[in-house]
Structure formats: structure tokens, C-alpha cells
Design a protein. Structure first.
Length: 556
């Protein structure tokens, strides 16, 4: 069986649960298999390229191996190499320009990255290829470079034949002008990496090195930025954790980015961290490149000594240490998508327009939420309208906004600032068509807008303070409704994305802290608009109010 076939078989075995794997690896393998079946894609899987890269790596000697043995790629490693090298377009341009491989300690990620570095530098046919391996300190940077250096030095005759020589901190070819060198700290501006390897990015306190490498890769045709790491301690400025959040959204389909490859081995939250099942799920090389018994003993010790749990979870299970966590179960959310849900379905149901309008430069959202009782339990039906100015949508980094705009899920207003008149028009149209009872809103940006809509329509507006019990109750009710299948939505990807971006934690009183996000790019406006509407919808239809103008504003 060829390497390419073995890569495909690995994915099938993961999906069939013949191989223990996290949900993120299952998503990634399903993505690979779906791409193989696609008939309308720009990209195809070049088995020959995959086979050549894997064959080269297996021809290398293991670094610092006293028995002088060759690399033997495990199925998951064959899939990784084949994916990074094999997916190309008709011109040979690689599909993946960035890759994230998150895997616990001891699973052979550094030697594999070293072998990939040698392939990109000297075997991929690129003259003047610059390959860098970077980290926060020299010792860590050498974790990838030293295995590469060891491989070259153990096969000097072979590498000399292709013009490759090695020194203490450089592997190079005078014949082609290609090189492989370590980088520490911030990196060098002006470099043009063909392959940039970032090792243990979880140790970084800033994104300086990542940004420098990414900028350099953007200047180099067919380059790859490869991040390999384990988990660490969550920080708002930790670029590795932020990158993982983006990668998870790509894998679960909440944020499109076909040019990012991601493979995340960890223990799922559905298994107990202290079990052997968790270890097998997170460690694809368990007992092959590491000592399974010692890792199991460390796991057992951490059960008895809580102060060691974070270390074991991060190093051996790839679980980040954090007080805040993703709020919504997105698998359950997806199951609440009802493709038969239409405006006609909710025509006669009471409804609320929840508004969270951003500054004129940012995402704004209005969620229309309807409610009805079925078998004595409230069911909710959500429809989202999202707005963004064209100048923001058209930025190169906002491919997800561009896709959603093309699909009709995002309303784009001309210019560089948001035109609230468009949202006003849509809200008045909803009010004329549906049984809208109230307009709940957040006061920061929506005060003037809701006042205008209320005055024109006669529908009372209700100020919802985002602090305190009101939002906590709405969050808990939405969680329960999603879990019970009492929440229904039409699959709007903007709302899905915003909900997936919310992080929070429970306070000592059992309440939720304010909904938050990991970084400013992770918008939550549509989710907040939904929660604002939920604060009123969960109460149900209010008693009729007086119709004079003074009743158009309430605070609860």
C-alpha cells in the first residue's frame, strides 16, 4: 500500500473509531475524505508528491539513535506529511499555507518537523529555500534543529552528494542557496521563509515571532507556516491558544478557511482526564515514541496530587489550563438547526427583536426570536440579521465575512461605516409582517436606533442591562433549550460563529460571568442580540400595555 493510500486509510480508521482520536482529529479526517470526494474543488490530492515526501523521511536515520535505525512513520504521521505536501492545484501550488499541529509531549513532533524542514529546504525543488525553526529560547529552537543536524551528520556522504553541508547552527547548500537555521525570540524582519516552523508556541507571551514568520511567508510563493505545540496556560495574548481557537472553528465549520490545516490531538471533554482512554485519545504514539507506563503513572499521581494536574493535562493530554471556557455545546447547537424552519412557521407566534448594535465600524446584529409552548415547555425560534460596512468585509483577512455576504447571511452596507438606516428598514419590515411585541436592546449603541424604530412602529423598547441576573438567566435558559431540542434556528453561520466565540465561567453563586471573547476578532454581537431577546421571550407574551408614547420605553 502506498503512503498516500495509508494516509487515506488512517482517516477512514479514525472515522470508524478503529483508532482512538479526539473529535478534532475526527473532524480533520472527515475534512480530508470529503475533499477527496469533491468534484468542484480547485485542489486535488497528488499521491506522487505525498509518496515522495514520506519515502524521503523514511530513508533518513533517526536522530541520535545508537542502533542507526531509519525513521518509521506511523499512520498519523503519514497522514500529516501527505496532507501538507500532497494537496495542490493544477499548477502545483500547495493548498495549505498554514498548519497547526497540537499534540502532547513525547509523540515525535520535533523529529517529524525536522524531517519536514530538510524536505522543504533541499528536496522540494526550490532554489534559495529558506527554512527556519523558531522558538522563545535557544534550547527550544534547537529541539527541532538538533534532530535535523543529527540526521545530516549521520548521513554525510548522502547529503554531500546533493551539495548539503552542516555547521553548528546552520544546514545549507551552496549549490542551491537553500538553508535551514534556528531562530530565537522575535525573528528577523525581511526574511522570506519557504517553511517556518514554530515550536512550542504555547510558551510565547506575545505574537511577535508568529507575526514575523507569517509576514515573511506571505512574501514567499508556496510557503508554509507550521506551528507545532502542546497546550499551556490560557492567556489573552497567547498566540498558540488563539490560533487553536481559530483552528477549531475551521474544523467544526463555523469559520471557513480552506488554506489552514489543523490537527489537534487531545482528550475530549466527554472522557475523564484520568483514564487510559483519555491517554490513548490524546497520544497517537503512546508506547511507541514514549514510555506509556511512566505517563500512566504520572496521570495516576496527578489524581492524588491536584497541584500536578495542570502539568499532566497540558503535557500528556493537551488540555489548556484556564478559568474561562467555551460556553455553548456547538454539537448540540448544530442539532437544533431546522432546515424546514421558515418565516411562515412563526407568522402568528409572539416575537421579540433583540438588538446589539456595534459602533458604526463593527459587526451589528438584530435577532428576531419567537416563542410558543409545546407540551407545556417553551420552544424558541431564532432568525438573525447581521450587518457590516463594506470596508471591513473586503479586508483580506475577512474571507469568512465575504463568504457569508455572498451567501446572503450578512448584509453589507456601502462605505467604511455602518448605515443604521438599513437595519431600521429591516426591523420595520419585520414588525409589519410578524407579531413583534417588544424591542429589547443593549444601551451602548442601540439607544437612538431603538428609539427611532419604536417611535415609527409603536412597539415598546426594553432596556436590558447586560450585567446581573437577567443575562445569566437567559444564558441558562438558552443552554437548556438547546440541550432539550427546544431551540430552533435556520443554520445562520454568523449567529453560529458568534455563539461559538462566547467564553465565560460560573461564579461562586452559580451565575455566569459576563459573556466574553478570546480576542477582538471573535465577534459575539449576534449571540448577545439573541440573549437580549431571550431575556424577554423566556418570560412569554406580556400583558397589553397602554398605547400612549410614554409606554414605548421600559427598563427591567
Amino acid at each position: 500500500m502506498t503512503y498516500a493510500n495509508r494516509a487515506n486509510q488512517y482517516c477512514r480508521d479514525v472515522i470508524a473509531e478503529k483508532i482512538p482520536a479526539s473529535k478534532w482529529i475526527k473532524y480533520a479526517c472527515r475534512r480530508h475524505l470529503n475533499d477527496l470526494r469533491a468534484t468542484d474543488s480547485r485542489w486535488h490530492f497528488d499521491a506522487d508528491k505525498a509518496n515522495k515526501a514520506c519515502a524521503f523521511i523514511e530513508s533518513l536515520k533517526l536522530p541520535d539513535d545508537s542502533l542507526n535505525r531509519n525513521f518509521i512513520l506511523q499512520p498519523f504521521q503519514i497522514w500529516l506529511v501527505s496532507s501538507l505536501v500532497g494537496w495542490v492545484d493544477d499548477s502545483g501550488l500547495r493548498k495549505y499555507i498554514e498548519a497547526l499541529i497540537l499534540i502532547p509531549k513525547g509523540n515525535g513532533k520535533s523529529p517529524l518537523a525536522a524531517a519536514l524542514g530538510l524536505w522543504f529546504a533541499f528536496m522540494d525543488g526550490r532554489r534559495g529555500a529558506e527554512v527556519f525553526c523558531g522558538a522563545m529560547n535557544l534550547k527550544q529552537a534547537m529541539e527541532v534543529f538538533k534532530p535535523a543536524l543529527s540526521v545530516v551528520e549521520s548521513s554525510k556522504a548522502r547529503f554531500s552528494r546533493i551539495g548539503v553541508d552542516a555547521q553548528k547552527k546552520s544546514i545549507f547548500s551552496l549549490r542551491t542557496g537553500s538553508s535551514f537555521t534556528p531562530v530565537i525570540g522575535k525573528g528577523r524582519h525581511g526574511a522570506r521563509p519557504y517553511l517556518a516552523i514554530l515550536d512550542e508556541l504555547h510558551q510565547a507571551n506575545s505574537s511577535d515571532l508568529y507575526d514575523t514568520f507569517k509576514t515573511g511567508c506571505n512574501k514567499t510563493t508556496n510557503s508554509l507556516l507550521l506551528t507545532i505545540s502542546t497546550a499551556g496556560v490560557v492567556s489573552r495574548v497567547n498566540p498558540c491558544y488563539r490560533l487553536q481557537q481559530d483552528a477549531e472553528k475551521v474544523l467544526e465549520g463555523t469559520m471557513p478557511n480552506e488554506r489552514l490545516f489543523a490537527a489537534i490531538w487531545c482528550a475530549d471533554d466527554t472522557v475523564e482526564w484520568h483514564t487510559i482512554e483519555a491517554l490513548r485519545m490524546a497520544n497517537p504514539n503512546l508506547g511507541i515514541s514514549n514510555d506509556a507506563e511512566k505517563i500512566r503513572l504520572a496521570q495516576e499521581e496527578a489524581v492524588a496530587k491536584p497541584e500536578k494536574q495542570n502539568i499532566v493535562k497540558a503535557m500528556h493530554l493537551n488540555l489548556w489550563s484556564t478559568a474561562a471556557a467555551a460556553w455553548m455545546n456547538m454539537q448540540a447547537w448544530r442539532k437544533c438547526c431546522d432546515p424546514t424552519l421558515t418565516n411562515e412557521t412563526v407568522k402568528r407566534l409572539p416575537g421579540w427583536l433583540g438588538a446589539d448594535l456595534a459602533s458604526r465600524l463593527d459587526l451589528a446584529a438584530v435577532v428576531r426570536l419567537h416563542q410558543q409552548e409545546i407540551d407545556g415547555k417553551p420552544h424558541y425560534y431564532a432568525f438573525c440579521r447581521a450587518y457590516l460596512p463594506a470596508a471591513r468585509v473586503n479586508l483580506p483577512e475577512n474571507q469568512h465575512f465575504q463568504k457569508w455576504a455572498t451567501e446572503g447571511h450578512l448584509t453589507v452596507t456601502p462605505g467604511s461605516s455602518l448605515d443604521y438606516a438599513v437595519a431600521t428598514r429591516d426591523a420595520l419590515a419585520d414588525i409589519s409582517e410578524f407579531r413583534i411585541l417588544e424591542i429589547p436592546y443593549d444601551t451602548r449603541y442601540a439607544d437612538q436606533w431603538t428609539q427611532e424604530v419604536s417611535e415609527k412602529s409603536g412597539i415598546p423598547r426594553v432596556l436590558i442591562e447586560q450585567f446581573g441576573m437577567k443575562l445569566t438567566l437567559a444564558m441558562k435558559e438558552l443552554e437548556a433549550a438547546v440541550a432539550d431540542g427546544r431551540f430552533h434556528h435556520d443554520g445562520n453561520p454568523v449567529l453560529l460563529w458568534c455563539v461559538s466565540n462566547i467564553i465565560t465561567h460560573e461564579t461562586g453563586m452559580g451565575n455566569y460571568a459576563m459573556p466574553d471573547k478570546e480576542k477582538k476578532e471573535n465577534k459575539i454581537d449576534a449571540a448577545i442580540a439573541l440573549l437580549i431577546a431571550m431575556t424577554r421571550a423566556m418570560v412569554g407574551a406580556p400583558e397589553p400595555e397602554p398605547t400612549d408614547a410614554s409606554s414605548y420605553f421600559m427598563v427591567i
